[in-house]
Design a protein around this ligand. Structure first.
Ligand code: GH3
Ligand code: MG
Ligand code: MG
Ligand code: MG
Length: 291
């Protein structure tokens, strides 16, 4: 693994923490919580843990309650949990696994067993992160894909306050892209798409969702951004693309911009207005921004 994995150790007894830390500290970055509330806090703060080792019997809040809360929170629900506990009946183990734990280790703590089981779970977590990443990104440009865009737009729309919290969208379609492929070949076309994606990445804020929507169409979702800002931003991107000239090829793009209106409830409504604006930009001669 390129990056060291992070493990959150949760136990109300210091000697247990010391024992677990002793097995794991040479291989992993560790975060430590001596109670349930602290665990929930640390589980949501970066770096997000890749795995949580969770004690069951703790005074303020037991491990089962902690597990339920972590699984109910979208930020922490994908973090695998292993119970590490003195409760060793089959019923206890079954209950823990039913709550969504990926494994169940009984005390007394045996370092070799802990190390081996942790290693398995960290490998699985790494694989599932990779799959999730692949499922949400476009392979050629590494931008988000249409699937992620729509999911994320619908989440944002569900939380948008109808007054003040402005949401805008920009749709971009490359002009005469078919000519690029025809004249310079498909590979050169791919390189152009990558170069344009890079312009979008380097000129966006971390809260913007930049996605490849289809072949040579991109969508940028801009939160807290009124229409006039979105237009300015589009104009800046339009100029940067025109100036880019990847492999000496002059490329331009047409931009359609729209801001969410009071009555619009779905992303499709908003996006179809941006799409109509692109159409108009094409009609008016391309290489321009239209709202
Ligand atoms: P317009 O200005 O009207 O948008 O013209 P256009 O040629 O850009 O539009 P059209 O929709 O006719 O053609 C889009 C082209 O984009 C056709 C397709 O071969 C190309 N394309 C789509 N996806 C990819 C890709 O992943 N790589 C490459 N190289 N080309 C692609
Ligand atoms: Mg305990
Ligand atoms: Mg197109
Ligand atoms: Mg096009």
């Amino acid at each position: 693994m390129a990056d060291q994995a992070t493990i959150l150790l949760v136990d109300d007894t210091r000697t247990n923490i010391q024992l677990l830390a002793g097995c794991l500290k040479s291989q992993y970055r560790l975060k430590i919580a001596m109670g349930g509330q602290r665990c929930i806090e640390l589980a949501q703060n970066p770096p997000l843990p890749d795995l949580i080792l969770l004690d069951v019997i703790m005074p303020e809040m037991d491990g089962y309650q902690v597990c339920r809360q972590l699984k109910a929170n979208p930020i922490t629900k994908h973090i695998p949990i292993i119970f590490v506990t003195g409760r060793d009946s089959d019923e206890d183990e079954e209950f823990g696994l039913q709550l969504g734990a990926v494994d169940y280790i009984t005390k007394p703590i045996r370092p070799a067993i802990v190390t081996a089981r942790v290693s398995t779970q960290i490998q699985l977590k790494h694989q599932s992160d990779e799959l999730r990443n692949m499922a949400l990104h476009d392979q050629l440009t590494q931008l988000y894909n249409r699937h992620f865009l729509i999911e994320s737009a619908n989440n944002k729309l569900a939380h948008v306050e109808r007054h003040g919290n402005e949401l805008s969208v920009m749709m971009i379609d490359i002009d005469y892209f078919k000519h690029v492929n025809d004249e310079y070949g498909h590979h050169a076309g791919d390189e152009v798409l990558k170069g344009i994606a890079e312009v979008f990445k380097q000129n966006s804020r971390k809260e913007d969702v930049v996605a490849r929507f289809g072949g040579e169409e991109f969508v940028i979702l801009l939160e807290h951004c009124p229409l006039d800002f979105a237009m300015e931003k589009a104009e800046l991107l339009r100029a940067k693309i025109e100036a880019l000239k990847p492999s000496g090829i002059t490329i331009t793009a047409s931009f359609g911009v729209a801001q969410l209106m009071e009555h619009e409830l779905t992303f499709v409504d908003l996006l179809s207005r941006a799409d109509a604006a692109v159409y108009k930009a094409k009609d008016q001669g391309r290489n321009q921004v239209v709202a």
